[in-house]
Design a protein around this ligand. Structure first.
Ligand code: PLP
Length: 387
């Protein structure tokens, strides 16, 4: 009886595989967890102070639905530094990237619309689309470099006629970034086909390459692109919940409508915090980025020495090594490592069928924790793996 009351769309989605695994970890005493996307840095002082000041100055009322103009302007400045051009009228501040993603999908999806989503990918895309009655079509990311095969993408677009293409770079879970060559090919594909792009750039501040490439840099298709970004990872403030969506005027007005009925506005005091962050805490962001590069290099070398096949990530703070040679499914691998080795990492299958054969290790923990985890993985491999 109770079950029959739940909507079919809700029945069709599951709790995220990342959360499910996290819940298992919580029950294993002494387990070292490298599962979640929360950096171990504190929120930069300037941001904390700005939030406190906003409370003391009673900046605690609703803001405009789109968010405070000061922050929207600063977001435009920040994006301009990456050759991405929006005006503040084209920006809406959201409750984290999550609300931004849901608003965008709700703005475009009619029941039955086809949406192209990469596999492996952040699991929320698929769940949001299903919640709205959309139809998910996966496109595979190929090889250990997880590249888009543009020929097969064109073929899928022409066969299936999807309404939206989701791009997700720097990638959770693979750590890959968008290169110039593929960005340019995607530019042509989008120009020539009747399709919109949702580009999730939540980790834009954590690219380890010299130059940042984004589909949102392509001015000739700007009317076909919606950019989702945020500050959860950038300022290590996942619990403070501020993100943003940028889109050309014709779209942003509709996105703001959805946003308005969802949440009215993002939390006022944290909008002031993010504003101070963009004005005064970019040095902290650079410090975190350098530290992530150090940790990435450390973990990469250690995993290589243990015999893992792994691609050097170019962004975000995740490593996605192959476990194919262990002859175990990713969930079996992670269960055994958790229960027998006391290290928690996420099965690649949590990111879709394209993630099977891989595991996601977050290096958002300190080098000391990472070193401990590597030691435990080594011991576990010696006892439980026949390589
Ligand atoms: N997009 C990606 C790729 C993510 O990894 C995450 C969070 O892990 C989000 C969006 C959601 O970000 P937020 O915490 O700001 O809602």
């Amino acid at each position: 009886m109770m079950d029959s009351m739940i909507s079919e769309n809700v029945k069709n989605i599951e709790l995220s595989g990342i959360r499910k695994f996290y819940n298992k970890v919580a029950k294993v005493e002494g387990a070292l967890s490298l599962t979640l996307g929360q950096p171990d840095f504190p929120v930069p002082e300037k941001i904390k102070q700005a939030v406190i000041n906003a409370v003391e100055e009673n900046k605690t009322t609703y803001t405009s639905n789109e968010g405070i103009p000061e922050l929207r302007s600063e977001i435009c400045n920040y994006l301009k530094g990456m050759d991405i051009n929006y005006t503040k009228e084209e920006v809406c501040i959201t409750v984290g990237g999550s609300e931004g993603l849901m608003d965008v999908f709700a703005t475009f999806i009619n029941p039955g619309d086809k949406i192209l989503i990469p596999s492996p990918a952040y699991p929320a895309y698929e769940s949001c689309v299903k919640l709205l009655g959309g139809h998910v079509i996966n496109y595979d990311l190929e090889g250990d470099e997880f590249l888009i095969n543009c020929d097969s993408l064109i073929e899928i677009i022409q066969r299936e006629k999807p309404k939206l293409l989701v791009l997700s770079y720097p990638s959770n879970p693979t750590g890959c970034v968008l290169g110039k060559e593929i960005r340019d090919k995607l530019n042509n594909i989008i120009l020539e086909n009747d399709i919109l792009v949702v580009s999730d750039e939540m980790y834009s501040s954590l690219s380890f390459e010299d130059k940042y490439y984004s589909i949102a840099q392509c001015e000739n298709i700007r009317n076909k692109i919606v950019l989702v970004g945020g500050f959860s990872k950038m300022f290590s403030m996942t619990g403070l919940r501020v993100g943003y969506v940028c889109a050309a005027k014709g779209f942003i007005e509709s996105i703001v409508k959805v946003h308005q009925y969802n949440v009215s506005c993002a939390p006022s005091i944290v909008q002031w915090g993010a504003y101070a962050g963009l004005k005064e805490a970019l040095v902290d962001v650079e410090h975190m980025r350098q530290e992530f590069i150090n940790r990435r290099d450390f973990l990469y070398n250690e995993l290589k020495a243990l015999g893992f096949e792994v691609t050097l990530p170019q962004g975000a703070f995740y490593m996605f090594p192959s476990i194919k040679k262990f002859n175990m499914k990713s969930e079996e691998f992670c269960d055994s490592l958790l229960y027998n080795g006391k290290v928690a990492i996420v099965p690649g299958s949590a990111f879709g069928s394209g993630g099977e054969g891989y595991v996601r290790i977050s290096y958002a923990s300190s080098k000391k924790e990472l070193a401990k985890a590597v030691e435990r993985i080594k011991l576990w491999m010696n006892t439980y793996c026949n390589l």
